[in-house]
Ligand binder design. Structure first.
Ligand code: FAD
Ligand code: NAP
Length: 315
């Protein structure tokens, strides 16, 4: 059976939750559609200390608070994985694995997912020592040696987090300089439990008896092949947009990020995109929230321009 809303927000991360708050507070009927629990990437973050109003807050706690705010004015949470969107002019049909939705406005807030490095052992040992989430899996490596691959904010921040649990953390990076924010770098350099391996091309996640045993890499300066012994390999080599369901709308750039203007409008009238899924420079909770506020308000403005005929159900 088709469900009808003025606005459907796809993705219940910080961006989507904020958009739902603004649109529902403007008295529109709003669904927040997600394939999992609300909170998005915040659920994979231990401590958040750059969200104003809190010195530090756990990711799942901030998720709960945002969810409560976003549903306060009547927005409904719906489960489902979005598979595609049909553009019928003033109406859009959203197809999910659990039914269809008809709506005047779609706000895409599907975020991004971790990239893989694509070396032998990565896929085979996933869940058996290879992980993309220190908060979820760190506790399995208490007092053990672990490796973190990457040099951005995620690798460094999660590496520091892992020192609370692991015996040692070796950050393996492909260059001789980190990409992470300075404050995170300073923390990592000061931490006695963290070692660095620079200029390393990771070749393989090695294993013994069905468990991860280390990370094999080539030292780019000497050409030597070496191994960092580790029971866990945490991979943080960047993110890619979650935009497969939107391929046919013609709103993606060459790397599959969604392009918008500063009103969060895509090239399709009535379709907005916010948060990490957008082509943008800074992907943070604060920027997702900012985008969400703008799109929630713009959804209201857009609906004011539609005629009664436009607003009538098509199915
Ligand atoms: P997301 O939070 O990614 O949420 C997207 C939602 O869309 C998810 O719930 C997902 O299930 C849903 N979804 C995706 N596809 C579909 C589909 N087809 N159908 C239905 N639902 C779908 N930022 C900070 O400001 N401070 C930090 O300390 C911080 N720490 C971080 C630590 C890590 C390890 C990572 C990876 C990121 C961190 N970030 C941090 C970045 C921050 O988490 C993101 O910028 C933010 O969560 C993006 O919000 P979003 O709403 O755009 O998307
Ligand atoms: P990122 O910033 O894209 O960094 C990816 C890192 O992995 C880079 O250091 C990159 O090396 C390395 N890398 C990429 N491909 C690789 C490969 N194939 N093999 C080995 N190394 C590879 O990604 P991220 O750290 O996951 O961050 C994603 C977004 O979330 C960013 O916008 C970030 O700011 C945000 N975030 C914010 C916080 C925070 O504010 N506290 C915390 C976490 C994440 P090079 O440096 O050589 O390119």
């Amino acid at each position: 059976m088709m469900k009808n809303y003025d606005v459907v927000v796809i993705g219940a991360g910080p961006g989507g939750l904020t958009a739902a708050l603004y649109a529902s507070r403007a008295n529109l009927s709003v669904a927040i559609l997600d394939r999992g629990i609300y909170g998005g990437q915040m659920n994979n973050t231990a401590e958040i200390e750059n969200y104003p109003g809190f010195d530090s807050i756990l990711g799942p706690d901030l998720s709960e608070k945002m969810y409560n705010s976003s549903t306060r004015f009547g927005a409904t949470f719906e489960y489902g994985t979005v598979e595609s969107i049909e553009d019928k002019g003033s109406k859009k049909i959203i197809h999910t694995d659990d039914g269809d939705y008809e709506t005047s406005v779609v706000i895409i807030a599907t975020g991004s997912q971790y990239k893989k490095i694509g070396v032998p052992g990565e896929e085979e040992m996933s869940g058996r020592g290879v992980s993309y989430c220190a908060v979820c899996d760190g506790a399995f490596f208490k007092n053990q040696d672990v490796a973190v691959i990457g040099g951005g904010d995620s690798a460094v921040e999660e590496g520091v987090y892992l020192t609370q649990l692991a015996k040692s953390v070796t950050i393996i990076h492909r260059r001789d300089q980190l990409r992470a924010q300075k404050i995170l770098q300073d923390r990592a350099f000061k931490n006695d439990k963290i070692n660095f391996v620079w200029n390393a091309d990771v070749e393989e996640i090695t294993s013994e008896d069905g468990k991860v045993s280390g990370v094999k890499y080539v030292d780019k300066e000497t050409g030597d092949e070496k191994v960092v012994p580790a029971s866990g390999a945490f991979i943080y080599v960047g993110i890619q947009p979650m935009t497969d369901p939107f391929q046919d709308l013609g709103i993606l750039d060459s790397e599959n990020w969604i392009e918008t203007n500063d009103k969060m409008e895509t090239s399709v009238p009535g379709v907005y995109a916010i948060g990490d899924v957008r082509k943008k420079d800074l992907r943070q909770i604060t920027t997702a929230v900012g985008d969400g506020g703008i799109a929630g308000q713009e959804a209201f403005n857009y609906i004011q321009t539609l005629s009664d005929a436009d607003l009538a159900d098509v199915k």
